[in-house]
Every structure is written in structure tokens, then in C-alpha cells.
Design a protein around this ligand. Sequence first.
Ligand code: SAM
Ligand code: SF4
Length: 451
Amino acid sequence: MKSYYVRTFGCQMNKHDSERIAGLLEASGYRAAQTIETADVIVFNTCCVRETADDRLYGQVSSLKALKTGGRPDVLIAVGGCVGQRDGDTVLTQVPHVDVVFGTHNIHELPALLDAAEAGRPAVSILAEGDAFASDLPQQREKPWHAWVSITVGCDNHCAYCIVPTVRGAERSRSMDDVVAEVAALVADGVREVTLLGQNVNSYGRDRYGASRFPELLHAVAATGITRIRFATSHPKDLSDDTIAALAELPAMMPYLHLPVQHGSNRILAAMNRTYTREQYFQRVEAVRAAVPGIALSTDIIVGFPGETEEDFADTLDLVERVAFDHAFTFIYSPREGTPAARLPETVSRPVAQERFDRLANLVRDLSYAANQAEVGSVRACLVEGASRRDERVLAARTPHNRLVHISVPHGATAASLAGSIVPVRITGAHPWFLSGELIDPGPGESAHSG
Ligand code: SAM
Ligand code: SF4
């Protein structure tokens, strides 16, 4: 039996695609390898949203040449996903020891492409577009109690800096029946939490005339009896009052919203083609907080977009402070060939961008720390993910607000035995990026496994 190893770069969408790549390979008779060096088939599921991911991919693939020349010439190397879609057979020009190239629309072809490569036939296949949803392929879930469920693929928004619409295509929504059937099957399989995925989940259904939209989908998914629902990502311009109402009304909806703002200056937001102003963003945040008091908010922010002045950047700091995000993912602008912004003169030097990035990162850390400190003393129903990365005796769990909590493994239990259960936890300490907590006795009549 041949073995495989999948290395994933990039976003949740890619992680989900990788689960399906693993599922496909298992269904084709492969088994998981323990390490990349011992695998018979190595699959890189790639990201090209920023240059750093691109560079890391080509660096890592290049270094595998030694594996092939050093005694394992039969190892097959496949490059798929966003870089495969963008670069096609030019991947082979840059790294000729790669055997298979596939794109974002044809993951299902991978087993056949591997067979072709093994037989010495050409194995590069890119489709310009496709209807396949990763969720329709066989699955190999990373965590038995959590599932990603894609509800849309592609994106119609064309933010000026972003390569996603080029490599993922136009937005397409999956039918509500398919999504609900999948979640129902997951519930039956013991899944406690689903994360509904799309580049802009709020526009779900827009491409299917007369079909249900995102708020109805949330109600239908909740009706399956799933314990916890999260979703990503929300575009602020499409976050409707009905979606906010569903967040407030449905007990399964977790009180957490990722709402990327990207910038705090109206001038830069317009140049980015985000189609909302900072005032409109504040208004959406107010509406969400009024409907779901205490909801945790996170965001994405880009620093150093072409034309960004010190005043523009001050607007970003001001917006971040005023919203007081619980967390923010921060990025230095990375020009991507083929995007409108790549044609703009780069006015912000790397050292200036780095200095602004560091100031923003400090503010984000301070806000996250303050939000975590406010949690101390509260009791939260936490979903146990397993052992923490560094210590088998410490559990990693998530509060409903998506905060990471470290808890000592109780006597007589193991991290593995508790993974997937929902337990009451008293928060005892705060750190900038995580909380400390202790399991508490649920008391008579309450189940440690209740939502
Ligand atoms: N669809 C999502 C949205 O609109 O928020 C996220 C898509 S993208 C994979 C994730 C994040 O990467 C974006 O929110 C943005 O902050 C960042 N990003 C995208 N293109 C970038 C670029 N060229 N340079 C730096 N950051 C970028
Ligand atoms: Fe990229 Fe904008 Fe689409 Fe998000 S909404 S994927 S940032 S184009």
C-alpha cells in the first residue's frame, strides 16, 4: 500500500480542501505517512495570497529534489491548489522534479493524475472553472468533532489587492439541500461544531436566482441539531440585519464574528475597492453588538497598501482602538501580479511598512490581552480540542467566543479521552493570546457534555 503526505499552505478553505485530498487518496487505496520523507506521494496544497506563502512553497518543493536524487526516484510530488491554478505547467519549469500539477477546480482528478505520472504520462491538468465543491468529495476529517462545510466557492468582489477571484473563480453557492444534508450526516457522525466556509458567506445564494440566502441557511443548519455553528468569512458590505438576527436568535450560533475591515482610512478603503466606509463599518459593528452583547469580534488588516500615508495608517490604529477587536490578523501588503493594485506605484517602503505593522501588532496584542483579562472569573462552556501543542497534560479548548483556553488534564482522564466534549470551565488567568482555566464540576442535573 502506498503512502501519502499532504502539506497545506494558507486559509481554512485550503485546510478543508486538504481534508478532501486526504479522503480521496484514502479512497484510492493510499494510507497516511508519518513524515514527508517517508511518503510515496507528497501533495502540496498551495496558497498565493501573499508572496511569503509562494516563496515558502517553491523553497520547500525545491529542497525535495534531494529526496529523489538521493535514492527515492519513485516518489511522486504533486503541486495543487491556488499556485497550481495560477502557474499551470510553468511550475515544471521552475521545479522540474514535480510530477503532477492540478488546480483549484479539479481536486477530484488527483488520483488519476498520480496514476498517469506513475505510468510516465503527462500529469498537468488545470480547469478554467468548475462546479465541484470540496465537501462533495470523500472526507478524512482532521478532527472527528469538527467539520468545515463549504457553502460557496470563488469570489465576485475584486478587492484591488486580492488574487483569490483569479485562482478560485466567480462565486458559486452550493444548494441549501446539499449543505443541510451534509450537516445532518455530520451530526449523525458525532460532529459537535461546523464552520460554514466561503470567501464571503454573506452573499450566499446571490448566484442562484430565487434561492434561499444566508440567514435562511443558518436557520436550516441549526435545525439539524448541530451543537455549535461558526462561519467565515463575512464581507461587511453584505452583513445583513437578518444575518445579525440569526446570530442573536439561534442558540447554536457562537458569539463570535470575523469581520475583515482591511483598513481604517476611507481613501484607502476606496482604493482597495472594499465598497464601504469606516462609518458604515462602525454602524455594522454597533448593530452586531446591540443584537449580541459581548460578541467577540476579529478582523483582517493590511498595512502598507500603495498610497498609504501616516495619516491613513493613524486611521487604521484609531479604528482598531475604537472597535476594540478581540483579535486581528495583520498583514503587510504584498503585490500580486494580475491584481489591479499591482499596477499602482509602491509608495510605502518595506521598513516603513514593517514599522507600522509592529505598531499595529502591539495595539492588537494589548487589546487581546485586555479582552482576555475581562474573562477572568467567568464560566464558559468550552469545546475540548485535545492536548495543547506543547504539553500532553494540558488541554486546549475553545470558549464560545473562540478564545483558546489551557486547562490541566484532570486525574483519570487524558486529552484524547476528552477531545470533542463540551465542558464547563472557570477562567482563572489571562495571557495576551490565550486563557488559563480549570474544569468545574457541572453539578447535579447538568451534563458536562451539554452545549
Ligand atoms: N475573503 C476573505 C475576506 O474578504 O476577508 C479573506 C480572503 S484572504 C484569503 C485573507 C486575507 O488575506 C484578507 O482578508 C486580506 O487581509 C489578506 N490579503 C489578501 N490579499 C493580500 C495581499 N495582496 N497582501 C496582503 N494581504 C492580503
Ligand atoms: Fe479577496 Fe476581497 Fe474576495 Fe476576500 S472579498 S476573497 S479579500 S476579493
